[in-house]
Design a protein around this ligand. Structure first.
Ligand SMILES: Cc1ncc(C[n+]2csc(CCOP(=O)(O)OP(=O)(O)O)c2C)c(N)n1
Ligand SMILES: [Mg+2]
Length: 536
């Protein structure tokens, strides 16, 4: 006998899913056991929200959708933030939940609400598993989650159905639809003419490039045609950031924008590669007028964001699109006035990391200690905006963060998922003190998983980003200060190594020992309040 839960689990396994995280309740036990029996590792987290970020961490390493499992009612409600994050940050997440059978729901209210109605605005789809159609629904969920603009898909699993035998089962059919390359035609000819005639071309690359694995196509185009590249924070490293054409990440820093936006203004052709402006703040609304300047866009799915326009839009396979664009075009002169080199130099000076001590020194020391195959994650707050400017990425997908939703509490669990899926790679999580306090329980999960993630916490006893905004707005100090937490002691109490540091040398030692340890390490870097004034 094969149950519906087993068919579901086998389907997800056959599609390549290997990791599930969550918090069970009585209503999802059959599903949890079926997942494990099918060969999908199930890991218990301390909060559904963190479990979802662990699943996301595995996705960035493996490229396969992660699975979040939650029980009905409070389990679903606890997961709303991470599901929304998957929606805004374009993460293919399969969210499995239990629900009472329809007949029961008609006359029973305890913990019962309409999961689909709650989740519909923040998922690509909310499906309910149906007797005899399990394979079809798994196929549908995976196709929806991974195709076009990736995102979360919810599957509600009625309790009675999970353990019910399925009379006929079949292997699932994996999604076959491939992203389309641009068709030959007048638009492509015009795009090639524009590239051939450009003298000051500029590339802006976004998260869809990493999602589609089109990094090499972007980097090759940039190098071969000497086109400077601005990326979003999520796309950092598409062009290794030590290369002269890499202008770093843009998104949240008005200071960085003062150097980058004038380059856009000066350019005579803007090429957008997988650029989804969901990562960008107000300053990136309509940064060009396509009536005045040619803008050629390659995107994964049709756009309706209203953030900018383009002269030509090609929807589908971004790598194939860029290769088709350059086909038959000879590289010409590029930026003979040297403006991108000057902008790069100005950015380096604006975000210098040579201070004796402070948040940039913390970032600088860890960057020196982390090998180039290392993965860093960073939480939301002032520390992230500074780090995203100061931290050079040697490759894509080596700096993970929440850039669409910008939620706190993501860095630690993202690091845990990444480490689990890539145990041989060193992993460091950067977080603010408030962000770490939001997910402290996951240090216990870290201990139980025996992962040697190094957690670096910027201790400023403050919601620094919000305190800064409060002060800039001329408001009195309210609701933004934290008491002092001894994070090193907390780490030790939870079974890890804890170190408090106040200078570069001690930090250097703590990071190298942490990376070599057989358990997790929390490094509490005391930077004091108001460390970010005039930094970004
Ligand atoms: C879940 C969530 N709640 C609130 C916010 C708003 N917010 C953004 S940054 C921030 C302060 C974070 O403080 P901390 O983690 O200490 O980082 P710091 O700014 O001090 O570097 C807050 C409250 C958010 N982004 N996410
Ligand atoms: Mg703080």
């Amino acid at each position: 006998m094969t149950t519906a839960a087993e068919v579901l689990a086998r389907g997800l396994y056959d599609a390549g899913c290997r990791y599930a995280f969550g918090m069970p309740g009585g209503e999802v036990l059959a599903v949890m056991h079926a997942l494990a029996d099918a060969g999908i590792e199930f890991h218990l987290a301390r909060h559904e929200n963190a479990a979802g970020f662990m699943a996301e961490g595995t996705y960035h390493v493996t490229g396969m959708p992660g699975i979040l499992l939650a029980t009905l009612g409070p389990g679903v409600a606890n997961a709303v933030n991470v599901v929304t994050n998957a929606w805004q940050d374009r993460v293919p997440l399969i969210f499995l939940t239990g629900c009472v059978d329809a007949a029961d729901a008609a006359g029973y209210t305890h913990q019962v609400f309409d999961h689909g109605a709650l989740l519909r605005s923040v998922t690509k789809a909310s499906l309910t598993l149906a007797d005899g159609a399990v394979e079809t629904l798994v196929e549908k969920a995976l196709a929806i989650a991974t195709q076009g603009r990736p995102g979360p898909v919810h599957i509600d699993i009625p309790i009675g159905l999970a353990g019910k035998a399925q009379s006929k089962t079949r292997p699932i059919r994996l999604p076959t639809a491939a992203a389309m390359a641009p068709a030959a035609g007048p638009d492509l000819m015009r795009a090639r003419d524009l590239l051939a005639g450009a003298r000051r071309p500029l590339l802006i690359a976004g998260l869809e490039v990493t999602a589609q694995g089109a990094d090499a196509a972007v980097a090759d185009l940039a190098r071969d045609f000497a086109i400077p590249v601005i990326t979003t924070y999520k796309a950092k490293g598409i062009l290794p950031e030590d290369e002269p054409l890499a202008l770093g990440g843009a998104g949240l820093s008005p200071l960085a924008d003062t150097h980058l936006l004038p380059l856009i203004e000066a350019s005579d052709l803007v090429l957008l590669a997988g650029y989804d402006p969901i990562e960008m703040r107000h300053g990136w609304r309509h940064p060009w007028d396509p009536a005045q300047k040619p803008v050629i866009e390659f995107v994964a799915a049709p756009t309706t964001h209203g953030m900018h326009g383009a002269s030509l839009t090609f929807v589908g396979d971004i790598g194939a699109g860029l290769r088709a664009l350059r086909d038959g075009v000879a590289p010409g002169e590029s930026w003979s006035n040297g403006a991108p080199v000057a902008a790069r130099q100005a950015l380096r000076e604006a975000f210098a990391a040579d201070e004796a001590w402070g948040p940039a020194a913390v970032v600088d020391e860890v960057r020196r200690a982390l090998p180039t195959d290392g993965i860093a994650t960073v939480d939301s707050g002032a520390h992230r905006i500074l780090l995203s400017q100061v931290w050079p990425c040697p490759a894509p997908r080596t700096l993970l963060q929440s850039t669409g939703l910008c939620t706190m509490g993501c860095a630690l669990p993202l690091a845990m998922g990444a480490k689990l899926a890539a145990p041989q790679r060193p992993v460091v999580a950067f977080t603010g003190d408030a962000g770490l306090e939001m997910v402290l329980g996951e240090l216990a999960t870290l201990r139980d998983l025996r992962l040697n993630v190094v957690v670096v916490v910027f201790v400023d006893a403050s919601l620094a980003l919000i305190e800064l905004k409060q002060r800039q707005a001329g408001l009195r100090n309210l609701g933004v200060d934290l008491g002092e937490t001894d994070f090193a002691a907390v780490a030790r109490a939870l079974g890890g190594i804890g170190v408090a540091v106040t200078d570069r040398a001690a930090l250097r030692t703590a990071v190298s020992e942490g990376l070599a340890a057989d358990t997790f390490t929390v490094i509490a870097a005391a930077i004091g309040r108001r460390a970010y004034d005039n930094r970004f």
